[in-house]
Design a protein. Structure first.
Length: 326
């Protein structure tokens, strides 16, 4: 029996063309390559912010739009998994107003702050801690057991004194509205060290009686950022940032110093004043940058932190520390 086998038949039409010696094969086109490039673009920012604390004030339209809320939760969880230490501080203006109206309690604002009667304070406490906070914690925890809700009352995290407004040179009583007097970061630091995401409602215990105070969330976030020695304070709002010459122009100021901001403060609309005062307080008390960003843009937080363009206004100290990268 012969050990030779007939040669395999070949079909010229299916035989691949010979590649000249030394010529590499053509690289395949990888459809996921743009994703890799995006990740690489973020690498310098990931390196810069790794291990740093970021305080984010959650507010504006992002609080009431379902898609924006979901995107916000994804951004915060991304920061946590990217090695940052996010802390979320929230108010709940739209939800508080809706509940007060439902109960027939009048809402009044003076100097951009809500006048808070004892009756209204009960509603504020209920809405912030029982509704807004719980929903936000739930959205974050859809991505893992990360978020823990608390109020400024818990573990004496925030202590406040009574705040008054000044209108046309006169002192105006705002009721149960407080000014942060002291921050105890112990509970929040413990949560951060445990890999959690603290979600803090802007309610504070009174420094001198048994009352609790409604604290503007922008003010509370700024005070907490300073006390934590945060790298960045981010304030979500419903505008693109700080306008250079509103309403004559919609050009946004991309960056300004603390002194430049202080000069502009008297000219700002009342709703922007607490936000920009908070940014000013933060950068003058050790926070490297404070940013007002457009919360109407999905994933605004990631766009601001991890890209060159950004989506808002950044406030920096007058003289950044030597070697600091902004």
């Amino acid at each position: 029996m012969s050990d030779t086998f007939p040669a395999a038949a070949t079909t010229p039409a299916t035989t691949p063309a010979a590649t000249p010696a030394g010529t590499p094969p053509t690289a395949r086109k990888h459809t996921a390559l743009p994703k890799a490039r995006t990740l690489i673009e973020a690498l310098p920012w990931l390196t810069r912010h790794h291990g740093k604390t970021v305080v984010i004030k959650f507010g504006g339209n992002a609080m009431v739009d379902q898609e924006l809320k979901a995107a916000f939760a994804q951004d915060v969880v991304f920061l946590r998994h990217a090695g940052l230490r996010p802390v979320v501080v929230h108010g709940g203006g739209p939800q508080i107003s809706a509940q007060l109206e439902k109960l027939g309690i009048a809402s009044e604002f003076k100097a951009g702050l809500r006048v808070t009667t004892p009756e209204a304070m009960d509603v504020v406490r209920m809405v912030l801690a029982g509704q807004v906070q719980r929903e936000l914690v739930g959205l974050l925890n859809e991505h893992g057991p990360l978020a823990v809700g608390m109020t400024g009352e818990d573990a004496h995290t925030m202590t406040a004194t009574k705040r008054y407004a000044e209108i046309d040179g006169e002192r105006v009583d705002l009721g149960r509205v407080g000014e942060i007097a002291e921050i105890d970061t112990g509970a929040i630091q413990a949560l951060l060290d445990d890999g959690r995401i603290p979600v803090v409602s802007s309610i504070a215990r009174s420094a001198d009686d048994d009352h609790v105070y409604n604290v503007n969330a922008d003010t509370a976030a700024a005070a907490l950022a300073a006390a934590l020695g945060a790298e960045t304070l981010m304030v979500l709002t419903d505008v693109e940032g700080l306008y250079a010459d509103w309403p004559n122009s919609d050009d946004v100021i991309s960056q300004l110093t603390a002194s430049e901001l202080e000069t502009l403060l008297p000219e700002l609309a009342s709703g922007m004043v607490p936000k920009m005062e908070g940014c000013l307080h933060a950068v003058r008390n050790g926070v490297t940058t404070a940013r007002v960003i457009d919360g109407r843009v999905q994933h605004a937080i990631l766009l601001e932190i991890f890209t060159d363009e950004g989506v808002g206004t950044m406030v920096v100290p007058d003289q950044p520390a030597e070697g600091a990268t902004l």
